[in-house]
Design a protein around this ligand. Structure first.
Ligand code: GAR
Length: 232
């Protein structure tokens, strides 16, 4: 499976995917790492690990349409099977999404449909939620709304005091789960075990619930270990 990874920031998710591909010998090739942000640390990181990179500065485009048209042409030239959004923070146009219909996958740091958009960790804490997490989903024209493949869940301690430190700690917990959840979902895609049908996700021919497959930290690790064994 050929994937293009799209990112805007630090690139730790991209790095985790690249490491999982190598360590578990996944049948996945990262054909390009593409960014809208010339200052993205993830681009420097991708170059360091020898990946092909493409940067199209969003700030230099006249409109979102211009950016997305140029970005899509650039990505298309790599003929990826999937576009993997890994901390890509630009809203894509409907025409971009339709050009790669059913081929764009995103990871969003919340238990969707909760907390679409930004500041998800802070919002989960402020709301006094008992759990939080991350979702891997198909990208559709509606922001953070596409069919969910899987979610990783972490508990939030009761009566926890909301402050910046707690927010960062929660973010780190979620990010650690994401680094297992995303590679797991990518192996399913690479092994053609996932299908999207009229707003639903199927895994091995079975329709998944609206939340996708759900894991806590322990069951996620177990699922990934089982997948690794199959790959090796
Ligand atoms: C990840 O937590 C990912 O879920 C989030 O950005 C982070 C990227 O981290 N994505 C979004 O918020 C998309 N709406 P990274 O730059 O270290 O890979």
């Amino acid at each position: 499976m050929r994937i293009a990874i799209l990112l805007s920031g630090a690139g730790t998710t991209m790095q985790a995917i690249a490491e999982a591909i190598t360590s578990a010998r996944l049948n996945i090739e990262i054909v390009a790492v593409c960014s809208d942000n010339p200052k993205a640390q993830g681009i420097a990181l991708a170059r360091d690990i020898g990946l092909k990179t493409e940067v199209l500065d969003y700030q230099r485009a006249n409109t979102r349409e211009d950016f997305c048209n140029a970005f899509s042409s650039c990505i298309e030239s790599y003929q990826p099977d999937y576009l993997i959004l890994a901390g890509f923070m630009r809203i894509l146009t409907a025409s971009f999404i339709n050009q790669f219909k059913s081929k764009i996958i995103n990871i969003h740091p919340s238990l969707l449909p909760k907390y679409k958009g930004l500041n998800t960790h802070r919002r989960a804490l402020e709301s006094g939620d008992s759990e939080h997490g991350s979702s891997v989903h198909l990208v559709t024209e509606v922001l953070d709304d596409g069919p969910i493949i899987a979610q990783a869940i972490t508990p939030i301690q009761a009566n926890i005091q909301f402050n910046e430190e707690q927010t960062q700690a929660l973010e780190q917990k979620v990010k650690a789960l994401e680094k297992v959840l995303y590679p797991l979902c990518l192996t399913w895609l690479a092994n053609k075990r996932i299908a999207f049908h009229s707003g639903e996700v199927q895994l091995d021919g079975r329709k998944l619930p609206k939340t996708g497959m759900q894991y806590d930290e322990v069951s996620l690790k177990k699922a990934w270990e089982e997948e690794r064994l199959k790959c090796n």
